[in-house]
Design a protein around this ligand. Sequence first.
Ligand code: FES
Length: 104
Amino acid sequence: MDRQDPSPYAVRRRKLVPDHRIRICRLESCLADGGQELAEALEARLGIRLDERTADGAISLESLECVGLCGIKQAVTIDDEPFMGRDRVLQAVEDLLRPPGSIA
Ligand code: FES
């Protein structure tokens, strides 16, 4: 099968599942110390609100009650990988938004 010609199932799956999932904890302990501001920065950069997907469906921004990083402020996972600190999270998002093959 030609890999450039995806099956109808693959096309349908792309529409249902985002390429990248950004999850941010919304419990009070994680919102303190900049978590709320980070959530707002992510919304602004992606042009979506929490629990929405970008227009192309490629990135979802999900709010969860605990992402398993309790005790770490601004608990965020991107594609199930933990990211700590506002700057690292925002840089990782910039990396996701960069077109493939472009240089930082
Ligand atoms: S309470 Fe926020 S990650 Fe667990």
